[in-house]
Design a protein around this ligand. Structure first.
Ligand SMILES: Nc1nc2c(ncn2[C@@H]2O[C@H](COP(=O)(O)OP(=O)(O)O)[C@@H](O)[C@H]2O)c(=O)[nH]1
Ligand SMILES: [Mg+2]
Length: 252
């Protein structure tokens, strides 16, 4: 995609408005979501949109108290992809030219968004994928089997997508909102309601010939507090299937 589309989008945004809406999905993350927002960049280019997916522990109230620009509340749990989709849609209504993601369970370092955005803009790229596995990236805490799992996953994803991505599961991402307007992209499909949505958009960005870059970031494993809501092989399959189903033409 030419950068002129992005530049046109930028010029549609009022100068005092945020450039990037950072969507933070959160399911029962009280105690953590406030920490995430306390570390959110004090940089007017960013705003935080938290999607509270039927939490019953006060996650949404904590997010509001800690400065989220918007908290979207789902009364019933609809899945992480469904939550992210709603966050992105709200961001597009707010005319944000860039969308981003951070985890709500304090696994990323929010201030790293600043350097990432600078890198994305400097490279005139369309999509930035965070990676803990490239030079400058970090892992804090014991990953258990996840270190290996995320690397093997990334190799399989790369083969299917046709481009090397070192950390395809990493939820640290920034991309142009315009990618979601591409005719081949349809995020309104119910099979994307869970962990499938993020790899779906990454795959589409690569196959759509957008300029994709990787950028180092930190991933923290809070071993005692817990760091995932994923449940076994079923959720790994949801992460894996978009690239496979799209590559084989089973889904679009
Ligand atoms: N809104 C919403 N958020 C979810 C759901 N499942 C997980 N999350 C959030 O999405 C983020 C990443 O999820 P997590 O299970 O920790 O993924 P992992 O760290 O990649 O294993 C966390 O902030 C979770 O609270 C869900 O069903 N709905
Ligand atoms: Mg997590």
């Amino acid at each position: 995609m030419s950068s002129s589309t992005g530049d046109r989008q930028l010029s549609r945004t009022a100068p005092d408005q945020p450039l990037v809406a950072v969507i933070i999905p959160a399911l029962n993350e009280a105690g953590k979501i406030g920490r995430v927002l306390d570390k959110f960049p004090k940089d007017g280019r960013f705003e935080a949109i938290v999607v509270d997916d039927g939490s019953d522990d006060g996650t949404g109230d904590e997010a509001r108290a800690h400065g989220a620009a918007l908290v979207i509340r789902h009364e019933q749990r609809g899945g992480v992809g469904n939550a992210i989709r709603d966050g992105w849609k709200a961001a597009i209504e707010r005319k944000r030219p860039y969308l981003a993601l951070l985890s709500g369970d304090d696994q990323h370092v929010p201030s790293e968004m600043v350097g990432a955005l600078d890198a994305l803009l400097a490279a005139r790229a369309d999509y930035l994928q965070g990676s803990r596995w490239i030079r400058g990236g970090h892992v804090v805490g014991d990953t258990g089997g996840r270190g290996l799992g995320t690397r093997v996953y990334s190799i399989a994803f790369s083969i299917l997508a046709g481009r090397r991505v070192t950390d395809a599961t990493n939820g640290f991402r920034i991309f142009r909102s315009a990618i979601l307007d591409h005719p081949s992209v349809d995020i309104d499909q119910s099979w994307l309601d869970s962990y499938d949505l993020e790899p779906y958009v990454l795959y589409k960005a690569i196959r759509g010939k957008y300029r994709v870059i990787e950028h180092p970031c930190t991933v923290v494993y809070h071993v005692k507090e817990g760091y995932t809501k994923m449940r076994g092989l079923k959720d790994w399959w949801r992460l894996f299937r978009p690239a496979l189903l799209l590559r084989t033409g089973v889904k679009r």
